[in-house]
Design a protein around this ligand. Structure first.
Ligand code: NAD
Length: 281
């Protein structure tokens, strides 16, 4: 079984991006810039944002974090996004989710210019991805896709089962696999026989949020299994895949932690650089 090392893959990707930033700097005399807006003091969000900032600095991006208290009003945030949309030194804007209840998430997402939407959540980018046009791609599914391609460069004709249909993970993952000519089944909480669907798959991507949902006898031999889940349990952080069981049958599997997670931030940096390059065209 191949244990897919997301930390190593992310470090390699950051190394490539670092070189690219340095080349872009020589060519354009400026570097791509990432601005993150962080509202409130939720600990996981603080940690994510700190890691994002650290990684952005590591590859040589210009990075900025704008912090607001929980009590900030929606207009202040929308006005700030407007200002950043017009700022030439800002290539990518990310508003860290979740937001306080009094701020409308969809309004915030739609305020970000699609050309600076490094999360790929703007409806224009969602539409472009599903139409097969150039777009920002949500970072976690992009990371999963890059990991799958490392194991199997040619995905044409493969049967892929995506477990979970969230806008963040399941749906964009489906689009990426379709683009690679996979036959994709998207499954969810109302799917009748999830085990039977998974048993058909050459590739399984699990993004559900249920600890160890995908069992060893749901997976056929030679299947690539990507575990997006991050679940806090009594025995620590586990994924959506029963690692011990599935690792005995799968061709390749991502661990949790150390699989998809590290790729997510690296892909955010990649998206920032892509936004910069498109803005220079
Ligand atoms: P979500 O709650 O938005 O969506 C979960 C999806 O799972 C839904 O579409 C739902 O229909 C489906 N589902 C629920 N119960 C099911 C069942 N019994 N069988 C099949 N499908 C079922 O979740 P999300 O935002 O996509 O996140 C999923 C998981 O991925 C969470 O554990 C989250 O913490 C993790 N996550 C990890 C990263 C990362 O960087 N590794 C990033 C984002 C999310």
């Amino acid at each position: 079984m191949i244990l897919i090392d997301g930390k190593k893959a992310a470090a390699e990707l950051r190394e490539e991006l670092k070189k690219e930033v340095s080349e872009l700097k020589s060519k354009h005399n400026k570097v791509p810039g990432l601005t993150v807006i962080l509202i409130g003091d939720l600990t996981p969000s603080q940690i994510y944002v700190r890691n994002k900032e650290k990684s952005a600095n590591e590859v040589g991006l210009k990075s900025e974090v704008i912090r607001y208290p929980d009590s900030v009003d929606e207009k202040t945030v929308l006005d700030k996004i407007n200002e950043l949309n017009k700022d030439d030194t800002v290539s990518g804007i990310l508003v860290q989710l979740p937001l306080p209840k009094h701020i409308d998430k969809q309004k915030v997402i739609e305020k970000i210019s699609p050309s600076k939407d490094v999360d790929g959540f703007h409806p224009i980018n969602v539409g472009n991805l599903s139409s097969g046009y150039e777009s920002s791609i949500p970072c976690t599914p992009l990371g999963c896709y890059l990991l799958i391609k490392k194991i199997e460069p040619n995905l044409t004709g493969k049967k892929a089962v995506v477990v979970g249909r969230s806008n963040l993970n399941g749906k964009p993952m489906t689009q990426l696999l379709l683009k690679e000519n996979c036959t994709v089944t998207i499954t969810h909480s109302r799917t009748k026989d999830l085990k039977a669907e998974c048993l058909e798959a050459d590739i399984i991507v699990a993004a559900v949020g249920i600890p160890e949902l995908v069992k060893g006898d749901w997976v056929k031999k030679d299947t690539i299994v990507i575990d997006v889940g991050i679940n806090k349990t009594e025995k620590g952080i586990v994924g959506d895949v029963a690692f011990d069981e599935v690792s005995k049958v799968a061709k390749a599997l991502t661990p949790v932690p150390g699989g998809v997670g590290p790729m997510t931030i690296a892909c955010l940096l990649k998206n920032t650089i892509e936004c910069f390059k498109r803005s220079q065209k």
